[in-house]
Design a protein around this ligand. Structure first.
Ligand code: SAJ
Length: 402
């Protein structure tokens, strides 16, 4: 631990802020985590967590019990401020930077000369300079000489957050050289991967590029699934064969792309450079249209029954998580329900209740259903035996029941 830095204030206690705050707490820093939700603040102060992520409960409990982590509704003075708030989009896929702006305004009165402010939230190019730095400048801080501001995008994969938080390489880009150096020195204290230095704008675009790369590649797989369906070819066989080529590595098709990152971040590039980002936009459209394609497939099968029971297996945006944000599975189940083509029953082993659906166990859902639709590759579904499915119509959007 760097002796010059002892206190850290983390703004936003979600999927990134909470793991980061608790990791830093267990490394010996004095950490205050800030969130707008009283419920979240109370939960964390009891040493508990409000999200599902492997081992996070143990880390939070240990950081809180050691006295190094506490949650609060308001920021406090600190050596380093880390902003880890959401960056969703508004209508027409316009980035919504209001959470970043609110967080910057909230910490402004607590910042002192020598402090470092790090924006970890995924952000459109220019956000660190034009929003965070500008707000702090307007609040009276000397951003050129007295305080330091940098962007260090989070790059962790939900489900592997605690491992990747430490092991992944980090990209650090300051609004000036000194800010970059200060931020890089901080991450080197707890990251075992490389800490790579650049400027704020390149760091911003780098994060967006990584997620757009994945989106474009998933779109390729999803497009192949449509082509294979027309040609009567098994897309998973096709991909595993093509991937035997030493320079081919195709991702997996699915019911669409969900989550708060890959389905969102490419729009931050498209919004600023729409003429240039043609491939990135098309990929978004291919992936966003996949849920409707799945719904049409289910409707075709349902039309052969009088009032079929359709079991949707999974609501989360990907395997073995409770995260339903931007989930294509939720979109499909909701639209199927509205279409009135049968009785829709839902199974999601990672959540206890859902506002729109009564949840069934896997066994009940499979037993009752005429049509089974696999929407998420949860471990509970992978082990379904062929004998239980033999009488059913199965639409497997993840290719796990082969
Ligand atoms: N998906 C497919 N086929 C695939 C891979 C994924 O359909 O072959 C779907 C998933 O089911 C899911 C969506 O894509 O609906 C996104 O899942 P994901 O596992 O690809 O990514 P996320 O959103 O969980 O995390 C991504 C990661 N980015 C990259 O791998 C480039 C992670 O490292 C980032 O930190 C995270 O976004 C983020 O926070 O930006």
């Amino acid at each position: 631990m760097n002796k010059d830095i002892s206190s850290i204030c983390v703004i936003g206690l979600g999927y990134i802020g909470l793991p980061t705050a608790s990791l830093l707490g267990t490394k010996g820093y004095d950490v205050t985590g800030v969130d707008v939700s009283q419920e979240i603040v109370d939960t964390i102060n009891e040493g508990k967590i409000h999200i599902v992520e492997p081992d996070l409960d143990i880390l939070v409990k240990s950081a809180v019990n050691s006295g190094n982590l506490r949650a609060s509704l308001a920021p406090v003075k600190a050596d380093i401020f880390i902003i880890a708030v959401p960056t969703p989009f508004k209508e027409n896929h316009i980035p919504d930077l209001s959470y970043i702006e609110q967080a910057s305004k909230a910490i402004a009165p607590f910042i002192e000369p020598g402090n470092l402010v790090i924006l970890e939230s995924t952000s459109p190019v220019g956000t660190t300079e034009e929003h965070v730095a500008n707000i702090l400048k307007e609040a009276g801080h000397d951003i050129d000489n007295e305080i330091y501001i940098a962007h260090c995008p989070e790059r962790v994969l939900p489900g592997r957050i605690l491992i990747e938080l430490v092991q992944n390489d980090r990209i650090v880009g300051g609004i000036n050289q000194k800010s970059t150096q200060m931020a890089a020195a901080f991450y080197k204290e707890f990251v075992s991967g490389k800490v790579l230095e650049t400027n704020a704008r390149t760091a911003e675009l780098s994060k967006l590029t990584e997620n757009s790369f994945r989106d474009v590649n998933i779109a390729f797989a999803n497009e192949l699934s449509l082509i294979c369906d027309k040609e009567g070819i098994d897309v998973w066989d096709l991909i595993s064969l093509a991937n035997r080529h030493p320079r081919v590595n195709i991702l997996q098709p699915g019911p669409g792309v969900g989550g708060h990152c890959i389905a969102v971040d490419p729009w931050f590039i498209i919004d600023r450079t729409p003429q240039e980002a043609r491939l990135i936009k098309t990929a978004r459209e291919v992936n966003d249209s996949k849920p409707n394609w799945v719904i049409n497939k289910i409707s075709e099968k349902a039309a052969k029954f009088k009032n079929p029971i359709i079991a949707c297996l999974g609501l989360a945006f990907k395997a073995d998580l409770d995260d339903l944000r931007e989930s294509p599975a939720v979109e499909i189940a909701t639209k199927l329900h509205q279409l009135n083509i049968g009785e829709i029953i839902v199974c999601e082993p990672n959540i206890l209740k859902h506002p729109s659906f009564n949840l069934n166990s896997v066994e009940d859902a499979v037993k009752k259903a005429d049509i089974i639709v696999v929407l998420v590759d949860h471990k509970e579904f992978k082990s379904l035996s062929a004998s239980k499915l033999s009488e059913k119509i199965v639409i497997d959007t993840r290719g796990i029941l082969k």
